[in-house]
Design a protein around this ligand. Structure first.
Ligand SMILES: [Zn+2]
Length: 399
């Protein structure tokens, strides 16, 4: 296992399968550099670009130059500007094999990443921003138990988008918000018969947390945090965030503690925002906010037109990277005419995308639309269409 570590002009080699504790991490600077097998490619203004090049990956993503320290410093600086001092001394990234079942995991000092976020463009950078933001909200202030998980994830999703806004621009941040909004509305549909799961603060006694894991703590939590920012203004909210972090750092808290602190520091906020509805109510409150930008609105409108047989023109699609395609595909109707799906793939080769979020979104659409090219009726191994077989062999796990 190789990782980019502090002082990342060098690359360290770790024994496979070993997880270092924070204490052990302190000794890593003594480990001999073996060879440049893993390269995290960051660019100051375009974020994480690539590359990790074991044989299974280097075939898929071309090599690019790298400047890892520059963007990491940018991310860290922005995190500190938002939240105050970084308290963990180091911020290392460890890229795990494709079987790692999460996008990222925010272990203090050493974040784990799936290689599927390294997509050959900058669109995986928000995962690094997210895991970095957990250094404050999640690792410094932690939810007291899983019923208050939104305290970790709502604030972190908010911070992630603030970091992306600075490093990659407001349009990119807005696209992320749009994808998140779509995910949140999908979750409302998924839990329409189990409304407890649509609450930010929900009862989980006797419940397996994996059974109720969803985008709700992330995206409804984000919306709640954004709602407070919209109410009091960004400058005042940024000040509040710093005081919040400084007050509760290295503590575990619940939603009540946060709400009492909010009311004490922003007098009258409970008269402006229905705090109980936001934290204990079901569904999406009416004062949630679906942000819009030119590119976001255009993609949503193009997705609606697909139903009438119009696909994005070459001028539109040629400019899109992974997130634009992800937003487009996820806003199409759940199943389409197979011939339309095939035509879309013929023009843009989405089934062969190196961005696995795009590939998965497209293949889900193709399967739901009963495109026999990608989806055989007979599930026996021998009768699977050759193309799907090939794709299954080439596609690493998606998380
Ligand atoms: Zn998170």
């Amino acid at each position: 296992m190789k990782a980019l570590c502090d002082g990342c002009e060098q690359f360290m080699c770790f024994p496979p399968g070993h997880i270092y504790s924070s204490k052990q991490v302190d000794t890593l600077t003594d480990i001999k550099v073996v060879k440049l097998v893993l390269v995290m490619d960051f660019h100051l203004f375009s974020g994480l670009r690539r590359l990790y090049n074991p044989p299974w990956f280097s075939e898929l993503v071309p090599s690019t130059p790298y400047d890892p320290l520059a963007v990491r410093n940018t991310f860290e600086k922005q995190g500190e500007e938002l939240f105050g001092d970084y308290e963990w001394e180091r911020f290392d990234l460890l890229v795990l094999p494709p079987s790692f079942p999460y996008g990222g995991m925010e272990n203090p000092r050493m974040v784990f990443l799936t290689p599927t976020v390294i997509r050959g463009d900058a669109t995986g950078a928000q995962v690094v921003a997210h895991e970095l933001a957990h250094s404050w909200t999640g690792n410094l202030i932690t939810n007291i138990n899983n019923e208050h998980f939104w305290l970790n994830e709502g604030f972190t999703t908010y911070a992630e988008r603030r970091i992306v806004e600075v490093v990659q621009g407001a349009d990119r941040a807005t696209l992320n918000i749009g994808i998140g909004w779509r995910g949140l509305t999908d979750e409302m549909e998924r839990f329409k018969d189990n409304l407890e799961c649509t609450k930010l603060w929900n009862k989980q006694e006797g419940v397996d947390p994996d059974d109720v894991y969803s985008q709700v703590p992330y995206e409804k939590g984000f919306q709640f945090v954004l709602r407070i920012e919209r109410q009091i203004g960004r400058t005042a909210f940024d000040e509040f965030l710093k005081i919040y972090i400084a007050t509760f750092k290295f503590k575990s808290i619940d939603a009540n503690t946060f709400l009492e602190f909010l009311k004490a520091n922003i007098p009258g906020i409970e008269k402006e925002i229905n705090l109980q509805l936001w934290t204990e109510g079901v569904g999406i409150p009416e004062d949630a906010y679906e942000l819009a930008s030119t590119i976001y609105t255009k993609i949503i409108s193009l997705a609606k037109e697909f139903k009438e047989g119009r696909m994005p023109g070459e001028d539109d699609g040629a400019e899109w990277n992974g997130q634009e395609w992800e937003l487009y595909l996820e806003n199409l109707t759940k199943s389409c005419e197979p011939s339309q799906v095939m035509a879309l793939d013929k023009r843009y080769r989405l089934a062969e995308s190196k961005d696995y979020e795009v590939k998965v979104s497209f293949l889900q659409l193709a399967v739901a639309s009963k495109c026999r090219e990608y989806h055989g009726e007979d599930k026996t191994e021998d009768s699977r269409p050759e193309k799907l077989q090939k794709l299954a062999e080439k596609t690493p796990a998606i998380v």
